[in-house]
Design a binder for this molecule. Sequence first.
Ligand SMILES: NC(=O)c1ccc[n+]([C@@H]2O[C@H](COP(=O)([O-])OP(=O)(O)OC[C@H]3O[C@@H](n4cnc5c(N)ncnc54)[C@H](O)[C@@H]3O)[C@@H](O)[C@H]2O)c1
Length: 398
Amino acid sequence: MHHDYDFLIVGGGMVADAAAKGIREQGSEGTIGILGEEPTPPFPRPALSKKLWTDPDFTFDAAAMHTSEETGATFHLGSPVTGVDTEARTATTAAGDTFGYGTLLVATGGRPRRIEGLEPGDRVLYFRDLADYNRLRELAQGRPRVVVVGGGYIGSEIAAALSQHDCEVTVVHPGEVLGDHVFPDALARRFESLFTDAGVRVHGGLKAVGGREDGDTVVVELSDGSSLEADVVVVGLGISPDTDFLPADVARADDGGVRVDERLTTSVPGVLAAGDVAEYPDRILGRRRVEHVDNAGEMGSAVGRIMAGSTETYDHTPMFYSDVLGVGYEAVGTLDASLETVVDERDGGAVVYYLDDQEVRGVLLWDVEVDGGLDQARAVLAEHARPTDASALVGRIG
Ligand SMILES: NC(=O)c1ccc[n+]([C@@H]2O[C@H](COP(=O)([O-])OP(=O)(O)OC[C@H]3O[C@@H](n4cnc5c(N)ncnc54)[C@H](O)[C@@H]3O)[C@@H](O)[C@H]2O)c1
């Protein structure tokens, strides 16, 4: 079957939702087609890990974000795109359907990284979509032994949610202390103790290197030669940009993301990209790819407006946040614990500045409430200051 759209969006997540709304906001009445690999219309993805059990009244109303009625977009769900011809301006799906476009938006996000040999299955969840969420809720009813592989956002938020649901949780991560790839040492120790105090076993210095599902049991093989047995394994090893279907003339960044300019346009005119997949020139921080919801929403709206004729550039520096076991933190910029850090302790919380070559590149607000704190953080980053005495940063935000 062949369809033609003025605006074709590949990827059916939050960026697609925001972009369709952005197109209409700009006043265009052009036709919009959305090709989604997942069988669900766009939904608020952060709730997959954040609302797993922390909000017992939460129901996953996937329809809440469905844009078709509001924007008139046509959804083709369960339709992974396998190829794009930028000369003919067509996209092809796995089922062999073709879609002509005036303007194409690449909004495919990323695919979870895999552990070689440990295939996704009934009890092995590479946690990313609504099916994983529903399956984990179902499995957790039996209070299973769960091994969580990875100590990043998925690992920490899922381990927290499962421990609050009385599951027996073990986290395996490669760092020395949980969170020590993003937090300075003392803060990472406080972060890890949130989990150990909640009864979670935390095994650092280990990677998962293989495993197998065998009936109702999963075995996870670890880098020190040992293995763990579990009823359920949840994996969060990060994502790789999903761009295999794109031709080589759409330029990529070193990590496989799609390179875009400040108008979110790729090396090919008429092809734009936004969200987790897009490596863009941040107004303050320079080229980067940001895999967080604030970027999906803001960049998604901007790209929609740009596709529909707006002359704007994308100039939002996104924030990100997490909330585990009663502690919330939010940040702007680069959180990399290998950078120099300045910690400004505040009433049990902290503001942390990350400096690269003496320049502030990231600001973390850990368990502190500061009015307009993130905007203040952006202002500090935008100064590109190289303080001769980094401790002078203490007190800058507040
Ligand atoms: N609060 C938020 O903003 C939020 C919440 C959930 C998910 N997300 C996004 O979802 C995506 C996936 O999250 P994620 O947690 O998978 O990625 P992540 O990059 O946050 O964490 C990956 C973790 O896996 C570890 N790791 C790598 N190889 C390993 C191995 N073989 N064995 C054990 N550990 C290993 C890494 O050291 C790291 O701690 C990311 O884009 C993330 O930003 C964001």
